[in-house]
Design a protein around this ligand. Structure first.
Ligand code: ADP
Ligand code: MG
Length: 329
């Protein structure tokens, strides 16, 4: 028996992380309309044994002893550290570097917090390591040096491609994650129905993906993520394939959903304007090697009630400053 240490090591397969994990504490009953800054980590029982239990991400209050490694995860197992009492951050990168197996040095040391209930947007040129960072936050890739600490149960990953099943209708696509996780039919139906209502798609619940516009497909992708009531949304250029007008509407939509549910977001984008609009905090990355060049608190962040007008002039000025710092203008 190894000596007790204050770090629980858990192994997570790709499927577990993307879909929030088979034992990631899917809530039964109606999903509560969580309010900003009032959310608590959903308690989960301490891991026992077997693949399912080993993929449980223990919460700070329950992570008292090392968990058994998973014997049977299909994807490359990734070791995450979940430290008891790790503070409010959902994810903390401490001195994280990444050198790929071909020797490519993708990330210089990164120190970064993703706070609970806030939107952190990450902007930077292609190849600066944004996706590398996001994959590490998801536990899909491990750092070469440094640590990635996660204090989160339920994570949802939203990609640029909505990845809907063409032969399933909107309702079934929205239920898909919960179905894979073995959530009872009535419960997953209720959660998906509520999520579709939230994104304004109840009226097309029986439509097939090919009948939807690009914006609607992305809404289904958001609904599918919301149906698992995530504490953390990892979003990798989710709106990049949409036209300008739809893209603008989707960022408003994301902020509205954030106000409703209060999840934390790690939002990757190429668009400085989008990053500034939705972020409480804007992380500016640079390349050669990939690194965090600046972390800026928004001069006029999105508010939980959405009532107060934003200081558009301050946001525009910040976008110009960031563009200048990235040598885009
Ligand atoms: N599996 C890999 N093996 C080797 N190099 C990689 C791998 N994945 C990404 N890279 C390289 O690491 C750098 C950062 O990639 P990525 O994180 O995808 O950047 P971004 O998302 O900012 O465009 C790029 O130069 C990319 O080519
Ligand atoms: Mg990328």
């Amino acid at each position: 028996m190894p000596p007790m240490e204050p770090i629980s090591r858990v192994h997570v397969s790709e499927t577990d992380v993307v879909y929030g994990g088979p034992s990631a504490g899917f809530r039964t009953g109606r999903l509560p309309p969580a309010r900003h800054h009032e959310r608590q980590v959903c308690p989960v029982s301490a891991p026992s044994s077997g693949p399912s239990a080993a993929s449980t991400l223990t919460t700070p209050s329950t992570a008292a002893s090392p968990a058994a490694p998973s014997p049977g995860t299909a994807a490359t197992p990734v070791t995450l550290s979940v430290q008891p009492g790790a503070g409010a951050a959902l994810v903390t990168f401490a001195g994280v570097t990444k050198t790929y197996s071909n020797g490519f040095h993708a990330l210089a040391p990164v120190d970064l917090d993703i706070p609970r209930g806030e939107v952190v947007s990450i902007v930077g040129p292609s190849g600066c390591g944004k996706t590398t960072l996001l994959r590490m936050a998801a536990g899909l890739s491990s750092p070469s040096t440094g640590t990635v600490r996660r204090s989160v149960d339920r994570t949802a990953y939203v990609f640029q491609d909505p990845t809907l099943l063409a032969w399933r209708n909107v309702q079934a696509n929205t239920e898909l994650v919960a179905r894979i996780r073995g959530v009872a039919r009535a419960e997953r139906r209720r959660a998906a129905t509520e999520a579709l209502e939230l994104v304004g798609l109840s009226h097309v619940a029986h439509a097939l993906p090919r009948e939807l516009s690009g914006g609607m497909k992305m809404r289904v992708s958001l609904a599918r993520a919301l149906a698992s009531d995530p504490e953390l949304m990892l979003m990798d250029e989710p709106f990049a394939a949409l036209d300008e007008f739809t893209r603008e509407r989707m960022s408003d939509e994301l902020l509205r959903l954030w106000r409703e549910r209060g999840f934390g977001v790690m939002f990757i984008t190429h668009s400085i304007r989008e990053a500034v609009k939705i972020g409480h905090r804007i992380v500016v990355m640079a390349k050669g090697p990939g690194r965090v060049a600046d972390v800026i608190d928004s001069p006029s962040p999105p508010t939980a009630d959405g009532g107060a007008p934003r200081d558009e002039a301050a946001l525009d000025a910040l976008a110009r400053d960031i563009a200048a710092s990235l040598a885009i203008v």
